[in-house]
Design a protein around this ligand. Sequence first.
Ligand SMILES: NC(=O)c1ccc[n+]([C@@H]2O[C@H](COP(=O)([O-])OP(=O)(O)OC[C@H]3O[C@@H](n4cnc5c(N)ncnc54)[C@H](OP(=O)(O)O)[C@@H]3O)[C@@H](O)[C@H]2O)c1
Length: 332
Amino acid sequence: MIYRKLGKSDVEVSAITFGAWAVGGWMWGGTDEEQSIAAIRQAIELGITTIDTAAVYGFGRSEEIVARAIEPYKRENLQILTKFGLRWDITEPAPKRWDTTDRNGNPATVSHWAKADGIIYECEQSLKRLKTDYIDVFQQHWPDPGTPIEESAVALIKLIEQGKIRAAGESNFSAELLDQISRQVPIASNQPPYSMVNRGIEDEVLPYCVENDISVIVYSPLQRGLLTGKITPDYKFNGDDHRAASPLFKGENLRRVNAFLNEIRPIAQSYGATLAQLVINWTLNRPGITAVLVGARNPQQAKENAMALQFELKETEIAEINEMLDDLEITA
Ligand SMILES: NC(=O)c1ccc[n+]([C@@H]2O[C@H](COP(=O)([O-])OP(=O)(O)OC[C@H]3O[C@@H](n4cnc5c(N)ncnc54)[C@H](OP(=O)(O)O)[C@@H]3O)[C@@H](O)[C@H]2O)c1
């Protein structure tokens, strides 16, 4: 495993980081808690020291599962990244909110909410659920158009001073917003989406982060399972699994992605690797990417993903993959 410092902070993370959204169950058709715990422990046994979660994942359930999973390990050897700013208990009107169902399947509304007192409150709640007395990186999950950035920054500075968080991070922030907030509080990392089939950050966000020493921890590098090659046109998703409605997982897009995966499969095979391992390896090879957040639902997936750096891609192979990607057209 490779370990890397985040921005100007002293937090060091494993380049492959365990993403704990799916293990929370919400939007992923439910969860098997014992398998989830076993997956996290398998990842840790293979050198993954960093786990990314969020309050909203499973409406607290993901953080609770992470707490149980890390019980046998020394806290100081692990880094827990969590997120605030998506609240399911806000009754006041928020400029950005959306309807969903909660961890019990009941109707719920999630609000983008990053007011100072809300951030302090959410930190306390996350600390309790995670059964820890500090969070390594506390990240704003999404921008909140209803709260000035300066106000959120005040709360983050306070939490750093109190030792409740080691560093502040952002998620889904544009270069412009990152620039605004990092004038108020040091930002260790940004967490944007990035995969072979979703490379939007290469235009602005990634160059901005590289230039300003903000680490980039990318999410959904397997494009939520699509890039493992296992999704066929008749693949069945369970319950509230959000992938069932994604245009990427259907029709012509799915056909083209699978055709591309078949073309790169021989490269994976030449290293005795799986497609998932090749995809993770390629992603971490991209200039400017600090770490990848990969989700896993069971120990087999966790093991496969954690071992994705067991081989080194040749420049010619990377160029070959990039050329094929240039020809891969995805429609929204
Ligand atoms: N900040 C944000 O807004 C945001 C948004 C999304 C994600 N994230 C973070 O990034 C993490 C990773 O992203 P993600 O979970 O969306 O997507 P991902 O890592 O691209 O895909 C994870 C999913 O793919 C399947 N999978 C994983 N490894 C596999 C393997 N080796 N073989 C076959 N299938 C495999 C599993 O689902 P199935 O077994 O059900 O197919 C797993 O839940 C999240 O857990 C979360 O921590 C952050």
